[in-house]
Design a protein around this ligand. Structure first.
Ligand SMILES: Nc1ncnc2c1ncn2[C@@H]1O[C@H](COP(=O)(O)OP(=O)(O)OP(=O)(O)O)[C@@H](O)[C@H]1O
Ligand SMILES: [Mg+2]
Length: 248
């Protein structure tokens, strides 16, 4: 039997916040090298908590995470940063530099990337995400959708092995969303993408993890009898989308 190369293995992850909220309950899955998974589910299902745990920000969880052959608990600092990196649900919690350009250059500068390479990467990413005209601006003056694209660029520029994106398409206009889909599909590393946007999920991934109440209820393709049975709401949303498009 041929073995599949894995970038990440999550084994029986549970996490309880200090106030007693059990946000994750026995979550297990594996992410293949170069694979993209969309994670969907209702508000409060534990999707963001799962991403925070996977990027090493939550201590005291039970279970185990293996990332690119290392135990998450043994990864730290630059090694962790270059291996797995998260784009936050709220860009205002991520952006802290005085200009957009400095924000995107922050990690390359600190990782000692040479100026020519990082300048080229910055230019390409800014063009791909439609933020080239914003580079000299103060991030606090940007619109929310613009901030989201800057936060994404500041992580993509590091080229980590795995990126975790928390609702990247929310607040984006139609053209910006198209650019986001192209940029996400162009990134060849592995991706876990939390989204409420079924159209976006279908544009970037073939596999869905559906969460509810801190647990995984479904893990598989968007099209299967099991999907219909375990994610009836999402299944009907896809049917409605199809009917709407057919009616145009
Ligand atoms: N710091 C915290 N302290 C206590 N409870 C928290 C904390 N952060 C999140 N929670 C709770 O954990 C549960 C999971 O929250 P989480 O943010 O992971 O949900 P989510 O699936 O990302 O929801 P959304 O779709 O609204 O972003 C919720 O019940 C939430 O209220
Ligand atoms: Mg969330």
């Amino acid at each position: 039997m041929q073995s599949v190369k894995l970038d990440l293995e999550a084994d029986n992850l549970s996490y309880t916040f200090e106030d007693g909220t059990e946000a994750l309950k026995g979550v297990s899955f594996a992410l293949g090298k170069g694979e993209t998974i969309s994670v969907m589910g209702p508000n409060g299902a534990g999707k963001s908590t799962l991403l925070w745990l996977l990027m090493g920000a939550l201590k005291g969880f039970s279970g185990a995470v293996n990332i690119c052959g290392s135990n998450l608990k043994e990864l730290s600092g630059v090694g962790l940063y270059k291996t797995i990196n998260l784009v936050f649900q709220n860009p205002e919690n991520q952006i802290f530099c005085d200009t957009v350009e400095n924000e995107i250059n922050f990690a390359p500068d600190n990782l000692g990337m040479d100026a020519e390479t990082s300048g080229k990467n910055l230019e390409e990413l800014a063009a791909a995400l439609g933020i080239s005209t914003l580079l000299k601006k103060e991030p606090q003056h940007l619109s929310f959708g613009q901030k989201k694209r800057v936060a994404l660029a500041s992580v993509l520029v590091i080229k980590p092995e795995i990126i975790l994106l928390d609702e990247p398409s929310s607040n984006l206009d139609f053209l910006s969303k198209e650019k986001l889909v192209a940029a996400v599909n162009q990134f060849k590393g592995s991706k876990i993408i939390v989204t409420q946007d079924i159209g976006f999920a279908l544009s970037v991934s073939a596999r869905l993890i559906y969460m509810n109440g801190g647990a995984i209820c479904y893990d598989g393709p968007f099209k299967s009898d099991d999907f219909k049975l375990k994610c009836p709401g999402l299944f009907h949303e896809i049917i409605k989308l199809r009917e709407m498009i057919a009616g145009i």
